[in-house]
Ligand binder design. Structure first.
Ligand SMILES: [Fe+2]
Ligand SMILES: [Fe+2]
Length: 320
């Protein structure tokens, strides 16, 4: 029997879609795309006669009992962990973006391109951070350990609501930029290769933060108030999970440092080392993002007073 029905929608669609919110990050991503070997490493090695992290991130200034050599070693250990933890969080960030890409498969093709490029860049960044560890391991004393496993962390994070994962991701990608601009770029004393790694990383992360925000707002718009309230709880659980990781890694890094350092330390000095490194990691990976003006503005836009107070209280409890 002849029928005019067809499974294919014939509703007219514009051949040239309206400009997408994702156009600017896609264009910037194409413009600044870099290669690990050709642009970043360029055959260079790390300079171990210099610090890796600026004092604004290492935060070892109060440890006046450290010799210059030991201070530099501890800074380099912190720099090794700083790079390794980026590689770790990028596992769940890349996976989440690939999951979210499904929403754009048959929709805004520029948005699809934006999240695909984003995921591709995070794969490249993970490869770059693995390369750093492979170069540092034989050049530094034996015994370093990265405590969290990237896939275990990703399993934990990706089990939470999309809103909470995107809030955490947006916060990470905002502090990535803030660290480079405010601390790493202005410090002339850092290992040139280490500094360049975070210059190039920052260039691509600038687009990621824009895409995180667009995706976070899209996820938020789909939520009922009770779901958003539950998502705030999820976010608080995620921040607590990150803090647990940082505490464990800080303890491992201080043990590694004490075993490798030229000096020995008494009980009081050891305690001061433990506190300083733990607080530096909390500043780097939680507080500098949570206090970022853009992140605070977004929370203010999306949440009510009570929800913001819950998050503030959870963050305040970290400094105890
Ligand atoms: Fe990255
Ligand atoms: Fe990123």
């Amino acid at each position: 029997m002849h029928t005019t029905s067809t499974p294919v929608s014939l509703a007219s669609q514009p051949l040239v879609p309206a400009l997408s919110d994702y156009t600017a990050p896609v264009e910037a991503s194409k413009r600044i795309r870099w290669d690990i070997d050709k642009d970043v490493f360029r055959g260079r090695d790390f300079d171990f006669s210099t610090a890796f992290l600026p004092e604004g991130l290492a935060r070892l200034g109060d440890l006046t009992f450290l010799s210059a050599t030991d201070r530099r070693l501890l800074n380099q250990i912190q720099g090794r962990t700083y790079a390794n933890l980026f590689g770790l969080v990028e596992r769940f960030i890349g996976a989440k973006m690939l999951e979210l890409s499904r929403d754009h498969w048959l929709g805004d093709q520029t948005a699809l391109e934006a999240v695909v490029r984003f995921s591709d860049e995070e794969l490249k960044h993970q490869a770059m951070f693995r390369r750093i560890e492979a170069m540092l391991a034989p050049a530094m004393p034996p015994g370093y350990r990265l405590i969290p496993n990237p896939n275990d962390v990703a399993g934990f994070v990706l089990g939470k609501s999309t809103w909470a994962v995107l809030a955490l991701t947006c916060h990470i990608e905002l502090f990535t930029q803030a660290h480079y601009r405010a601390s790493i770029a202005p410090d002339p004393e850092l290992s040139p290769l280490y500094k360049d790694i975070f210059l190039f990383h920052w260039k691509e992360e600038s687009q990621h933060a824009i895409i995180d925000e667009l995706e976070w707002l899209r996820a938020d718009a789909a939520l009922m108030p009770a779901e958003r309230d539950a998502a705030v709880d999820d976010f608080i659980v995620l921040v607590g999970g990150v803090d647990g990781i940082l505490q464990a890694q800080a303890a491992a890094d201080v043990n590694y440092f004490i075993a490798a350092a030229a000096s020995s330390f008494d009980a009081g000095e050891t305690q001061r080392l433990r506190t300083a490194v733990r607080e530096a990691y909390r500043h780097q990976y939680i507080l500098s993002g949570a206090e970022h003006p853009r992140f605070l503005k977004l929370l203010g836009q999306l949440l009510n007073e009570a929800q913001i107070t819950r998050i503030s209280a959870a963050l305040a409890a970290l400094s105890s």
